[in-house]
Structure formats: C-alpha cells, structure tokens
Design a protein around this ligand. Structure first.
Ligand SMILES: [Zn+2]
Length: 647
C-alpha cells in the first residue's frame, strides 16, 4: 500500500511540473472529488399526508413473482424520493433485496413519469412530481428467489411468505409510524393465511386489511398456503395467541394433544416470566417445509417460524428445532417492545447499530431454552444436552483471542450470514449463544448473591414486563441494563458484563455452569440431542476429536482452527474419498476414530481437493469426544431450578 502511493505521488509530481510549466495547472494536482448528490431528507416525526394504497398479487406461483400496484399521494410540483426498505428489523443488517425489484413504472394522471435512481443510495428513487399531480400510480414486481442460491425461497407451489418490505416503496422524510398504508393481497384460490394484520374483508380471492402504519405493516408479514391449520394456544384469552400453520403436505399438520399442550404451556410460562404482554393478539406463522426457505424472524405481534416438515410428525427426532418458537415469542418483549436505543430506527433506510445484540439476541436465546424446558417442549435432559453443545462450541471458539464478543455484534452487517470457512477463528454472530452463556452466568450469580431468593426472572419482569399492554417500543441502553440488574441484586454489573463482552478468554464464560451445579465434560457417546442434530444437519460432527465436521457425502463443512484436521491442511470443501482404504461413510469415520484410540494405528484418509488427491494421516489417539453436562455434588442445582416450570 505504502509503496504504491509513494510511486503514484512521484508520478503526479512530475506531471504537475510539466503541466504547470505549460501554464495549464496552477495550484492543485490530480483528480478532485465530485460533490455527492444532495442528502435524502431525514425522517421526521410528522404525519405523511394521505394514505398509500398497496395491492399485491401473489398468485404467480410458477414464476414466483409478486406483482405490485401502489398509489402514493404526493404534493404537486415538489421533488419526491421513494425508498425501498434496506435495513430490515430482526435482520439487524442492510439485507433488503433491491436487485429483485423490477419493472418499475410510475404514472401521474395516466401519463408516464421518469424516475432516477440515486447513484449513492441505490435504494432511493428520485421523482419530479409535475404541477397538478396529487398522486402517483406505481407498478413493479418483486422477482422472488427461484432457487436457494438466489436468496431465500418465499414462494412454492403450496405456500408463500409475503414480507411487505419486499413489495413497498415509501416516501423519504417521514417516520415509518407516520405513513399510513391500506394493504391488500390476492392469494391463490382456496388458500388460507395467517398474519397479525386486521382483516377488513376477504372476498373474491383478495384479502383487504385495515389501514395501518408502514411500521406495523412491515412488522406484519403473511404466511399463506394450500394446507393450513390454526391452533388456539390460549383458549378464552382476551389477547388470543395462535399457531397459524402452513405445510408442504396435509399430513404434516397432524399433531398430538400433548404437543399442543406443550405449546400452550410455553405461552403461560412466558406470561409467568414477564408478567404482561404487549399485543392485542399474537400469531406464530409456522411453516413445516423443506421447500420454502427456513426462517426465524420476530415481530411485535407475530413471528415467522419456518422449520422442519416433521416438526409434529417426527417429534422425537426434532428436539433441536423446538427452542425456535419460545425464542421468537420472547422477542415480542425483548427486541420489539424493549429495543436497544441504537438499534431502533425511524424508518427502514436509516442504518442500525447493533451494540446491544448480546441482550436482544443473547438473553432471548437464554429464555428460548429456559421456556422450552419449563413448558415441556424440551425435556430437562434435552435442555442440558443443548447447553452442553453450546458450552463446548464456544469453549472451542479460539477466535476470541483476536475478536471480542462485543465486536461480534457487528457481524450481521459485516458478514451478512455469508459462509465462513474458519468460523471458530473468524467468529460469527456469537452474541446469540455465547450471550446465552453470559446470561446463565448472570442468572446464577444473582441466585448465589441473593442466597437463591432472586433470579434473572426478576430482571425479566422488571425490564420487559413494564408498560402494561402498551405496544409503543421502549428503548434501552447498556446503563439501563446495569441499573435493572442492580435493582434486582446489587453488584458491580458494569464491570462483570464488560469483562465478558470485551475479554479474550481463554475459553467460554462457563462460570454459570459451575454455579448452576454442573461442569462440561466429554465422553465417547453423543447425547440423543447431539445425534439428532447431526441427523438433521446430515453430518458427522467430530469437532471435539478430529476437529472437523463431514457431510453425509464426505465433504467437510467445518474445520476447527488449529485442530487436528487444520494441522493437516484440510479445509471446508475437502472431499473425503476413503477411510483406511475403504469408501467414506460417516459410520466408518467414527469407527476409525475409535479404532485408533490409545495404541491404535493412525487414521489414513484419501481426500480430494479440486482435481488433486492426497493421503493424510491423523496421528490422533484420544477417541471420540462429545460434550455433556455432569452434575457436581458441591453446588446447589441452580440450573435444575432455572429449568423447573413456574407455578
Ligand atoms: Zn432472535
């Protein structure tokens, strides 16, 4: 870098000399920056005049195209900037897919009107509104993903997920809560749908919703499908809570009474924890599918929950899918009603700042598992096994040497969930599950300090349960979090939290396990939870032995930084062809690790990397290693108390 710039400046100097001699250049030399386009109007907290009409046709299942017609009231003779949502709540990142907006035409009084895209902010469209024009008619398409490589698939022959941020342009210069929209959608014949929106009418294949703010509209997506079932999770309640389920096939909607009971118990356990709720009704939009893209996205009065087809029908093998709903439900309190102050934005084109995601996502991850255990969605053993997996993962996250947990809160913007070849070294969105360990640490410390009279449950009620049934978000800062913890149990929480957020280890924050009466151990047998997770991911997970994960077809999907596989220069994408001279299978790989234990011979793998073959020898003799939690005798079983249902 330095060398290049030195050479360039020498060149420029000699040119400048030549030019100044000829009298063409006097003071400056080289190119000068052109001024940026004028800034786009910052959002103001004043009502946008008039109501936007937004009509979406979602019937083109074969082409997966959403067709949009939008009428926007405007001020005659004034310039207008229309924005396509870029910063999406719950994504914590600029993930709006503006490249999928196509066919944009604007008409005024039936005459076409040209638009110009902003060359700096490509999500902004400039329009000069002629005199005498009081509304614009827009038409465009959202060309949704056809294959998974092209983005998340949101439309299949049997279901669709309409996210309003994909199908709306809105005027710059106003808070999203100050822009009124009257939305409607045409759905395929005979389909049913779930949404948090209030339906005004549903006739002739078109569902029309009551006028709402743009903020609430974008927060209220739709799941619709050919195969649909609605389950009441809180019968007789003033604020209904429902499962609105779509599925790839009708038979996937079969569920057992005890499965419904566990979901109902989850709602009641959340109410016991938080002491209030902040919605008029709540809809879990649940998709049982391997055709539509997976999702877990929180909203104030609903959540988008895309999960495994066998969520109900293969219940026993899908335990690791069952913290999803309590996680997203918790977000109605933590994330939507209470929101980090720097994350809250007035519209969808103002950048978000993610410094408190270790609360927003970390504590939600914590309560997701606790509520799953308290409600019976997970057994106590499954929950302990899940926590063991998390503890082991982050205990091996060597990247903390260079990157703090705090810095990982920037990851949604940095990595945009793109593949990471060295996840254990690069780190990822670690504030979720390492955050979970930090909150276990906090919970058990409150319990220890208060002689088990108080707990993180008290913080949850004091922090998230305020404000009665108000829907209006209440923001929070780091200082607010410290303050409420001090109100629950006086302690130097600021120092405690900063040490975990800004520290470099070594190892994961596991004090919460110790105070909870457990320790992390490794044995040669995986837990059922671990094995189910391997089956669902279609992998053989040898992270804690050979330092790698292989897919069912033998391709490496993870390599632990500085682990045994790393030392042999194996990487993600390496294909294992043979194990000790025999063709690859996951079972053969685990057997080979067991056979090599102690005095056994080294494990020999034939691997293929691109067009080249190579033989590698693992001189590894410690056998299989899988994480578990083991009860320690000396400490009260606080973790067991945490997982016990509230009365
Ligand atoms: Zn979340």
């Amino acid at each position: 870098m330095l060398r290049v710039s030195v050479r360039r400046s020498l060149l420029v100097t000699s040119c400048a000399l030549a030019l100044s001699v000829s009298g063409l250049l006097s003071q400056s030399s080289g190119p000068q920056p052109r001024p940026m386009p004028p800034p786009i109007a910052a959002p103001q907290d004043t009502p946008y005049p008039g109501t936007i009409r937004l009509a979406v046709d979602a019937t083109d299942l074969d082409r997966r195209i959403f067709t949009v017609r939008e009428t926007i009231p405007v001020r005659a003779g004034e310039p207008l900037v229309l924005l396509y949502p870029q910063w999406l709540p719950g994504n914590h990142s600029p993930t709006g897919r503006v490249e999928k907006l196509a066919g944009l035409t604007i008409r005024a009084n039936d005459a076409p009107l040209e638009w110009t895209r902003d060359v700096v902010d490509v999500f902004a469209f400039h329009v000069a509104v002629p005199a005498g024009v009081t509304s614009l008619d827009l038409a465009f398409q959202f060309t949704s993903a056809i294959e998974a490589g092209d983005g998340r698939v949101v439309m299949t022959p049997d279901m669709l997920n309409l996210q309003w941020n994909s199908v709306v342009l809105y005027p710059a210069g106003f808070f999203a809560r100050q822009i009124e929209v009257a939305p409607s959608v045409r759905l395929p014949g005979g389909w049913q749908f779930g949404t948090a929106l209030e339906t005004a009418s549903n006739a002739g294949g078109v569902a029309t919703f009551k006028t709402t703010s743009l903020e609430t509209l974008v927060d209220s997506p739709i799941f619709a499908g050919r195969f649909f079932k609605r389950v009441d999770l809180d019968p007789g309640a003033a604020a209904p809570v429902r499962l609105d389920i779509v599925a790839d096939r009708a038979e996937l909607l079969d569920m057992k009474p005890e499965q419904i009971e566990a979901h109902r118990a989850m709602v009641q356990q959340a109410y016991k924890l938080y002491g209030s709720h902040h919605y008029g009704h709540y809809d879990f939009l649940l998709a049982l599918t391997d055709q539509m893209g997976g999702i877990g996205l929180e909203h104030h009065q609903s959540s988008e929950d895309g999960t495994v087809p066998g969520y109900f029908t293969a219940w026993d093998t899908n335990a690791d899918a069952r913290d999803l709903l309590p996680h997203e439900f918790t977000h109605s309190w933590n994330g939507k009603f209470r929101r980090p102050a720097d994350l809250w934005t007035p519209n969808f084109n103002v950048p978000m700042r993610n410094s408190l995601l270790w609360v927003y996502e970390g504590q939600t991850q914590y309560w997701g598992f606790v509520l799953a255990a308290r409600s019976g969605l997970l057994t106590r053993q499954q929950t302990l096994d899940a926590i063991a997996s998390t503890a082991a993962t982050y205990d091996h996250r060597v990247g903390r040497q260079w990157r703090t947990l705090q810095d990982t809160t920037n990851d949604p913007i940095i990595a945009l969930r793109r593949p990471l070849p060295w996840r254990s070294w690069q780190r990822s969105e670690d504030y979720y599950s390492e955050g979970q360990l930090v909150w276990l640490d906090v919970d058990t410390l409150i319990r220890e300090q208060s002689h088990d009279r108080r707990s993180l449950d008290d913080m949850a009620r004091m922090f998230f349960g305020i404000g009665g049934s108000s829907y209006v978000p209440v923001t929070y800062t780091f200082e607010d979090v410290v303050q409420v913890l001090n109100a629950v149990q006086p302690y130097d929480w600021a120092t405690f939290l900063r040490a975990r957020l800004d520290g470099h280890g070594p190892g994961a924050p596991l004090d919460g396990l110790v105070r909870g009466g457990y320790k992390l151990v490794y044995t040669e047998m995986p837990s059922d939870y671990f094995r189910d997770s391997e089956r669902r991911r279609r992998v053989t997970d040898l992270t804690y032995s050979l330092g790698m994960v292989a897919s069912d077809d033998g391709k490496l999907t993870e390599v632990q930084w500085e682990g045994p596989a790393f030392e042999l220069a194996l990487t993600v994408g390496t294909q294992i062809v043979a194990i000790n001279g025999a063709a690859f299978s996951g079972a053969r790989l685990t057997s080979a690790v067991t056979d090599a234990k102690g005095p056994g011979a080294a494990i020999e793998l034939l691997v293929r990397i691109g067009e080249r073959y190579r033989t590698v020898r693992f001189d590894y003799h410690d056998g299989l290693r899988y994480p578990h939690l083991e009860r320690t005798g000396s400490t009260p079983g606080r973790l067991d108390q945490i997982l016990t249902p509230r009365k």
